[in-house]
Design a protein. Structure first.
Length: 438
């Protein structure tokens, strides 16, 4: 999902537990109706540089939909810091929107509430069929073997963004392909008085995204095959320590980044303060802050050895935004029409261009507009070296508990406190104890 959010933290576990026990507003009513066929409410996630930017992008498209169908869509752009808790509250109260955006990593957690419309073959047929979507995007729509809880809308992947001038000044000819190369390049960059790598140490979901990938590179997973949390395995502990050590030991991540949670690392990169940035589809954000596309390069996220690929060479989570429908909608047919509109070829091109994301619809993805150098890296990553976060009901609590553990470890590193294998394992053990029983 888009990492500009500072993830919902405090009430997530309690809210999800309530949602699961109540099975959501939709399930209690037995499904939606068409009582209000001329209106829809839509909660859109904040994809652009600001909520106002999103309104400028989306409102003309909603007006177009109204002209085509006669259905008026009431838009609310919800900040990422509020979105998950807003959705969880709606699943228990039944007072939610008709259509909403969700981070794709939440799909299984929200699916477990029973509040979202399942996208079975009949519902997919209403929007042109399931085979219109790329497999990697469909892999983050809910638990395998169950009808998806949502439909892919925007696809994203992580890449390494690097400042060409800072690299040239430091005598670095190409971007690092491995983590060892990144650390070595960092020493050359620091010698020139520049910061090396930006991070969002207080953004719990950003933390999760990076350590999930590193765990894959260490041949480990945060959950067992049957969905039980396994946060203290040697591979997971090594992955978490490796990420925090970029600040604690390697001095690549500046100590001040331990407090970042609102895109400050992107701003630092855009202003030339930092040489590198690991981010999801950053081009539009950088452009909005005045950074020319000629000023930076885009490369795959480093791996431990070799080149990105499947297995332990995974270098991104499958990031993205899905669109879902509340089961208790009062305009079931209109909601299906709206999802069809948003995922149609024309809208996919318009919206994904606006947000520098990749269309999850195959036919739209082939448009030349998505063949830039940056997009080529992102598309190849999604096709060959990205993995979906665990599609388990407790995924949102996983983000909260482990992401918070990372936040605390970064605070230790910034304060000069030792980050050891034992201290990492202790934090992860505490996080695992906070997870619900399967």
């Amino acid at each position: 999902m888009r990492s500009i959010r500072a993830a919902a933290v405090g009430a997530v576990t309690l809210s999800l537990a309530l949602a699961a026990s109540a099975c959501g507003g939709g399930s209690s009513t037995g499904g939606g109706s068409n009582d209000s066929p001329k209106t829809l409410t839509y909660w859109a996630s904040n994809q652009g540089a600001s909520i106002e930017v999103d309104k400028k992008v989306l409102q003309p498209e909603l007006d177009k939909f109204e002209k085509q169908t006669g259905i008026k869509v009431k838009l609310e752009v919800v900040p990422w810091s509020d979105l998950l808790n807003r959705i969880l509250t709606a699943t228990t109260s039944g007072q939610g929107p008709d259509v909403l955006n969700i981070g794709n990593t939440w799909s299984a957690s929200l699916q477990a509430t029973g509040a979202l419309l399942p996208w079975d073959d009949t519902n997919f047929a209403k929007i042109g069929g399931k085979d219109r979507f790329v497999d990697s995007a469909l892999g983050s729509t809910g638990v395998q073997g169950k009808d998806p809880a949502a439909v892919p809308l925007y696809s994203l992947a992580y890449a390494l963004y690097y400042n060409k001038q800072i690299f040239a000044d430091a005598g670095i000819a190409k971007p690092p392909a491995t983590w060892d190369e990144l650390v070595a390049d960092g020493q050359k960059i620091q010698a020139r008085g520049k910061q090396v790598l930006g991070a969002e140490g207080s953004n719990v979901s950003e933390n999760i995204h990076h350590v999930f990938v590193l765990a894959k590179q260490h041949g480990a997973d945060f959950f067992t095959a049957d969905g039980k949390p396994d946060f203290t395995s040697d591979g997971v502990v090594a992955a978490v320590k490796q990420y925090v050590d970029l600040m604690a030991k390697d001095k690549a991540i500046p100590p001040g980044d331990a407090e970042y949670a609102q895109n400050q690392s992107v701003s630092d990169f855009a202003k030339g303060r930092t040489a590198m940035l690991l981010w999801q589809t950053a081009s539009a954000n950088l452009k909005s802050q005045g950074m020319s596309e000629d000023a930076y390069g885009v490369a795959p996220v480093p791996v431990r050895s070799g080149t990105p690929g499947t297995g332990t060479q995974v270098n991104s989570m499958v990031a993205g935004i899905n669109v879902a429908v509340f089961k208790n909608t009062h305009n079931l047919d209109g909601a299906a029409q709206f999802v069809k509109f948003l995922t149609g070829d024309e809208e996919q091109k318009i919206l994904n261009k606006a947000y520098s994301s990749i269309p999850p619809v195959k036919s739209a993805q082939s448009d030349p507009a998505f063949s830039t150098t940056a997009n080529a890296v992102l598309k190849n990553t999604l096709a060959t070296s990205a993995a979906a976060l665990p599609q388990v009901a407790a995924e949102s609590q996983f983000e909260t508990t482990v992401g918070t553990a990372l936040k605390e470890l970064f605070a230790d590193a910034a304060a000069g406190r030792a980050v050891t294998t034992d201290s990492v394992k202790a934090k992860l053990r505490k996080a695992q104890q906070q997870m619900p029983a399967k």
